[in-house]
Each structure stands twice: as C-alpha cells, then as structure tokens.
Design a protein around this ligand. Structure first.
Ligand code: GDP
Ligand code: MG
Length: 443
C-alpha cells in the first residue's frame, strides 16, 4: 500500500523541523505511481503532483505522527479538493418545470440505466417524471427504457417507430408541458467512439430541449480514455455534470479525477450496481481513498489529523504552563475549534477556562467569525503575534485593512486574547495543577 511505501521513504526522517524538498520529491514519486496505477490521466497526475508539492513544502514535521502519514494526509486532502470537495452537488431543478435532464455519453457507458436510476430517485422525491428514449439506433434501447420506467413507477414516452431523435425530443417536450411533468429525462443513443454525427445530433437535441442538466455518463473503468471522451463532449455540449458508472467494479476510480480535472464539472453521482437503486451521491472522500489504493486510508488520515491536534495541544499545554499565550496560539485554537466543530478543543479541557469559554459562546463564535478572527491574526507580523502589546493605532488600522474588517473588531479580538492570556497566567500560578491534569487526560 502507498503508506507502507511512503514509510520507507520517511524512515530516515526524524527530528528535522520541516519536510525537506528531497523527502517530498521521493514521497511524491510514490504517489505518482499510485495515481498512475489508479488510471489517472498523465497530465492530471502532473498537475496534481506539482500542487501537492507546493502544499507539502515547508510543512512542519509533527513528531508524534509518522511523516509518511502526514504526507498521505496532505495528498488525500488535495485529492478531495480536486474531486470537488466534501459537499456533494445534487441535481439542479428548473424554477419553471419541467426540468429537463439530458443523458450523454458513449454507448455502453450506462446512460439508459442511469436514466432509470435518476427517475427512481426523483419519483421518491415525489416528482412526476417522464422518461423518453431518443435512441433510434438500437431497437431494444427504447424497450429497455420503458422497462426501467415500469420499475421506477414513472411514465415513459410512447414509442412511435420511425421518428428521428430531434422529433422525439420535441414530442417529449410538448408531452411534458401538456401533462404537467416535473422532470423529463432524455436518454440518447451513443456510439462506441466519438464521431461528428453523434455530436451534432446531441447538440441539436440540446438546442431543442434546452436542458437544465446535461450529464455526461462515463464508465469509471475507462482509464486513460476518460480525458479524451470528457474533452470531446465538453467541447460540443453545455455539460453541467458527470455521472460515473461501474464504481462497483475493480477500478480504482482514476477516471473520476481525470474527468473532473479536465472539465471542471462536478461529479454528481456514482453508479454502484446494475440494479435500479444503484446510484449514490458522489462522495469525494470515498473516491480519494480508493484512488490512493487502500480502503482504510480515510480512517488513517482522520487518525493522523487527530494525532496532529493532540500533538499541537500538548505543545501548547507546555507553553501555557509557563504562562505563555500569544496570538499564534490563539489562531491555533481557532483552527482546532473549526476542525472539531465547536468549543471542544483545548478550551473544553481546561477547567479554569469555563468562564472564557462561556464568554466566547456568548460572543457567538461561529465559523464565520472565527474565519474573520483568523484573518485578523494572519494580517499581523510575526512580532505582533508574539507581542500584541506593540499594537498601536496605525498598526491596528493596517491589520484591519488587511483582514477586511474594521478596527473595532481588531480591538475585540485583542481584548478576548488578553482575557484568555490572563486566565492562563492565573492557572500557571497555582503550580500548573490544571495543566498537569490536562496533560494526563491527553496522555
Ligand atoms: P448505455 O448504452 O449508455 O445506455 O448503457 P446501458 O445503460 O445500457 O448500460 C450498459 C451495461 O452496463 C448494462 O449491462 C448495465 O446493466 C451496466 N451498468 C450500467 N451502470 C452500471 C453500474 O453502475 N454498475 C454496474 N455493475 N453495471 C452498470
Ligand atoms: Mg442506452
């Protein structure tokens, strides 16, 4: 597995302050192999590696976790981000029904199956759905869609032999309007390879139906071809999203990363079985884990992130025991609060800080205010963060401008920091008992 290989690279590394360029290069060589093995397209691999290098360079080495795990975490976060982040994007619905969903893609990619799956999902959401097959090439294709409509318990457009695809699209649109359908799903014919006739037909259909969603359906096992397919379709059709089928197969899902990177389009769903309910909302974390080639990578990186927090908390506890609390430490706290989704970080562990904690809660410390406060701190110089006493009016104005807030907010933050620093100083005077207790809890 990737982590094992990375451990080898990092075994020599210990006690050094930051990840060195050489270590990172060596580690990224392994990552590159992992990505290529997962069938991510070469240009996408290159781009990803150079971004990851930027991120990892100069990262502080956290002693209590293995550098290999730390790098895997950086890589994993980069993958999740490149796959579109953690929040899945669902279907867009038209303000004025009907919403039209156009299915595009190569033959055999799973368009018809996915059309049926989407119909079922929408029907469960109480939408009135019409499925229409525009596949005039394969005689069985229309029957296939009609069968799926039956399974999903939605309507399908009556089959009229001899009509062209654009004619069927027009008929579907008028049926939808006349009969008050909420959603029309247009299934198209595909070819085994991209050709001009297919592209111009798809473009004509898009013109007739002006779809709300034009989904490119692609087989997640296509590998290096994924990029070419995505590019060709994206050039000719106003695509709005991707669906990757056969995510239940043996593939490692590199196509997801390639297609997302090349088109910039959100991956909306993953096909996970042949059955009609086999459609999952896209989950970037799951796919990132799979690309890295190990089922437990998600658990691993979460553990690494936790260890990282614990290590930082321990380091901070040591400083606090000496009565030190500067603005860098406050920023670190804010970061932890955000990661932990609340006030449960160091604050929650310190018995003497209940009062400050309450004050902060009353001051309505939300993620948004935390972001602003972190922006204020990062607009300060290093010296200012260490010794906030040197902040007079002109410096405060500069910081406020840098953070895009007003001076009053800078003052509020400084006051809050002073109160916390005082509380910590008091606690360190009682012989550091509170801190000793906390260190025990963390140990
Ligand atoms: P189309 O030519 O693009 O319309 O492709 P079809 O929808 O007819 O699908 C082709 C084949 O792939 C069928 O046998 C489907 O059952 C199968 N298929 C589609 N999506 C998935 C999926 O997510 N997982 C699996 N295992 N099979 C799928
Ligand atoms: Mg089909």
């Amino acid at each position: 597995a990737l982590t094992d290989r990375l451990s080898g690279v990092f075994d020599r590394l210990s006690g050094r302050g930051v990840l060195s360029e050489k270590d990172i290069d060596e580690a990224l060589r392994e990552v590159r192999v992992a990505l290529l093995e997962a069938d991510v397209a070469l240009p996408v691999v290159r781009e990803f590696i150079s971004k990851a290098k930027e991120r990892a360079t100069g990262e502080e080495v956290i002693r209590s976790i293995r550098p290999a795990d730390q790098v895997v975490k950086i890589i994993y976060d980069g993958l999740v981000e490149m796959l579109g982040g953690e929040a899945a994007e669902g279907l867009n619905l038209a303000l004025n029904p009907p919403t039209v969903i156009l299915m595009a893609g190569l033959q055999g990619s799973g368009k018809t199956t996915t059309a049926g799956k989407l119909a079922l999902k929408l029907a469960k959401d109480r939408k009135k759905v019409l499925l229409a097959s525009l596949d005039t090439r394969r005689p069985a294709a229309m029957e296939q869609l009609a069968m799926l409509a039956k399974q999903a318990e939605v309507d399908s457009l009556p089959i009229v032999p001899g009509q062209s695809a654009p004619d069927i699209a027009r008929r579907a649109m008028s049926a939808a309007k006349l009969q008050g359908f909420d959603v029309v799903i247009l299934d198209t014919a595909g070819r085994t390879t991209i050709d001009e006739a297919m592209m111009s037909e798809a473009a004509e259909i898009a013109k007739i139906a002006s779809p709300t969603e034009t989904l490119l359906v692609a087989d997640s096992l296509t590998g290096q071809d994924a990029v070419r397919t995505a590019k060709a379709f994206h050039e000719r059709l106003p695509l709005t999203g991707l669906v990757l089928t056969r995510a239940d197969g043996d593939g490692r899902g590199g196509a997801a990363l390639s297609m997302r990177a090349v088109t910039g389009l959100p991956i909306k769903f993953l096909g996970v079985s042949e059955k009609i309910d086999g459609l999952d909302a896209f989950d970037a974390r799951r796919v990132a884990g799979r690309i890295l080639g190990q089922g437990d990578v998600v658990a691993l990186v979460e553990k690494a992130a936790q260890d990282l927090d614990v290590a930082r908390t321990e380091a901070m506890a040591k400083k606090l025991a000496k009565g030190q609390f500067d603005l860098d430490m406050l920023a670190e706290q804010f970061g932890q609060m955000k990661r932990m989704g609340g006030m449960e970080g160091l604050m929650g562990l310190l018995p003497g800080v209940q009062k400050v904690k309450k004050q902060m809660a009353e001051a309505n410390v939300s993620d948004k205010t935390i972001d602003r406060q972190m922006a204020i701190i990062s607009s300060m110089t290093k010296a200012e963060r260490k010794k906030p006493d040197i902040l007079q009016a002109s410096r405060k104005r500069r910081i406020a401008a840098g953070a895009g807030v007003d001076v009053a907010e800078v003052n509020r933050l400084l006051k809050q920091h002073r109160q916390m620093a005082d509380a910590f100083k008091m606690m360190s005077r009682d012989g550091g008992k509170g801190f000793a207790r906390m260190a025990g809890m963390l140990g």
